[in-house]
Structure formats: C-alpha cells, structure tokens
Design a protein around this ligand. Structure first.
Ligand SMILES: [Zn+2]
Length: 288
C-alpha cells in the first residue's frame, strides 16, 4: 500500500513537471504578444524608490532569460506586420519598449541588449532631446543611433503633457509636431507613438492615426473604465523593480493576463457595482 502511494505521488509529480514544461515552452501563444514597458535602468546603489527604476542586474537577468529560453524579441516593424496580418506570428514573440529617452537607456540598457541581440523601441520627448540636460539622451546621440539595427525611436510628444488634460488643439500640436521634428532630425520615418502617462481618449487616438503613426502605446492594462484595445491603444506590461524571473515569466507568458480576465469575469458577476443588473462580460483584449 505504501509503495503504491509512493508510486502515485511520483507519477503525479512527473505529470505536473511535464505539464509545467509544456506550458513554459508553449506560452505566450501566437498572437498574444506581450509588450514590456521599461523606463530607467540604474546601478543598484542609485536605484532610489521610483517604481519605474529597474536595476541593471535585474534587467540583465530578464534579457538573459528572454534569449536563453527562446523568446523572439521582435521590432515594432515586425509587430506591426503581425498585427495587420502581413506576417504570421510564430509564438513566443515579445516586444521591449522604453519611454522618455533617458540616458540610462544608452549607458546601461543598450549594451546589455546588444550582448543578447534584443530589439527595442525608445519613445523620445522632443523637448528633452534638445534641452541638453544630463538626464536625457541628446539629439546628437539619438541621431547616431538611428541606424542601429536593434533600436527604433518613436515619439512621446514634444513636452510630455497629460494629453487628456490639454486642449485637443494642443494635443494635435504635440502629436503632429513631434513626429515632424523627429523625422526631420533623423531623416527617417517615425511610425510609432506613446501616450505620456498612458493618457488618451478616442479623440486623441484619432489624431494620432491622422498624424500617420501606425501604432500607439499606453501604459499597463486597466480592465474597468478602459477603452478597448486597438492598434492605437496597445497596453503594455510594466516591469517593476525587483521583479523576480518567475513573476517576469508569469507576465510574459500571459498567465497573469488570463488570470485577470477570469477575475474580471467573476467580478462582473458578483461585483457590487452592478446595480442589480448582470452585465454581459466583454473581454477587454480584442483581436485587431
Ligand atoms: Zn513618459
């Protein structure tokens, strides 16, 4: 009896391990491409308390993880081709994004991504590029990087305003003019846009589309009071400080997103905000 129990236990462990390995190899599924959001990469002693700061050590481990376990870190051009059906997703694609054009991208993040041959996009703020503060990549440095095979630059407006709090006219200027200025400086098309602080409305998205951008990114995904995901409201996964590799994997595999969808479903069935009415659940992730 005891031997039998031991056998059942060992078989169960074996099955769980096989299933785990299978899930690990399979996820994320083709078409569900996680978009990682980074801002600043610092040495441990300079990291401070901002939730946007990730240590060099953690970042290095995360990039190593992506490369070692067969994730395909694709450029935004390839991501766009997949999203518009011009290319087929093969599975395990990941997009790496950075906001704000901070000097730590150039100094710490890029050398690590060069080591692992990882593509990334950095969304630049025009005024920061040209104000010559030491916190930011300078326009000259950015120009040098425009032909870097692993780097794409996008626009993050002229002055980083919260777009839904300024007039539509000002939003239009921020969106159109930043594209024009970057394109003129780089002598290259700038196809991608990122909303400062993730703030936008459908009207603002429409301006972004009219300006000729192909895609626009927001910050982390919100389930309630959120606009549906389109090519002009792509949500990203914030990589928090001290995120261990297991949580990092739960994020990129999509498991956390699935769990949130299930949670949202039950929340809508039982939540107190229903006024006695049962809302039909609409998954916020929509295919585009
Ligand atoms: Zn920003």
């Amino acid at each position: 009896m005891r031997v039998m129990r031991k056998k059942i236990f060992l078989i169960s462990v074996f099955i769980i391990l096989i299933m785990g390995a299978f899930i690990f190899v399979l996820l994320p599924l083709p078409g569900r491409i996680p978009i990682l959001m980074y801002h600043y990469i610092f040495p441990k002693e300079e990291i401070g308390t901002s939730s946007l700061n990730v240590s060099i050590n953690d970042f290095q481990k995360q990039m190593w993880f992506l490369k070692t376990f067969g994730f395909r870190t694709i450029s935004l051009d390839e991501f766009y081709a997949i999203k518009t059906g011009k290319e087929k997703a093969r599975g395990k694609e990941v997009v790496v994004t950075f906001d704000d054009g901070h000097y730590t991208y150039l100094k710490y993040a890029l050398p690590i991504m060069e080591r692992y041959q990882i593509q990334s996009v950095n969304f630049l703020i025009w005024d920061h590029l040209t104000r010559a503060w030491h916190d930011d990549i300078s326009l000259e440095e950015a120009k040098h990087l425009t032909n870097h095979p692993l780097v794409i630059f996008g626009s993050h407006t002229l002055s980083h305003p919260t777009l839904r709090e300024v007039s539509l006219e000002q939003a239009r200027t921020e969106i159109f003019l930043s594209k024009e200025k970057l394109e003129e400086a780089f002598n290259k098309k700038v196809d991608y846009f990122c909303y400062p602080g993730g703030s936008f409305t459908p009207e603002i998205s429409e301006i972004v589309r009219k300006a000729g951008y192909r895609l626009a990114f927001r910050t982390a995904f919100k389930y309630y009071k959120a606009y549906p995901e389109t090519l002009y409201s792509l949500s990203r996964i914030k990589v928090s400080p001290k995120q261990n590799l297991f949580v990092f994997w739960l994020n990129i595999s999509g498991i956390i997103a699935y769990a949130k969808e299930i949670d949202a479903f039950f929340h809508q069935l039982t939540g107190p905000k229903l006024n006695g009415k049962l809302n039909i659940y609409e998954p916020a992730y929509k295919s585009m």
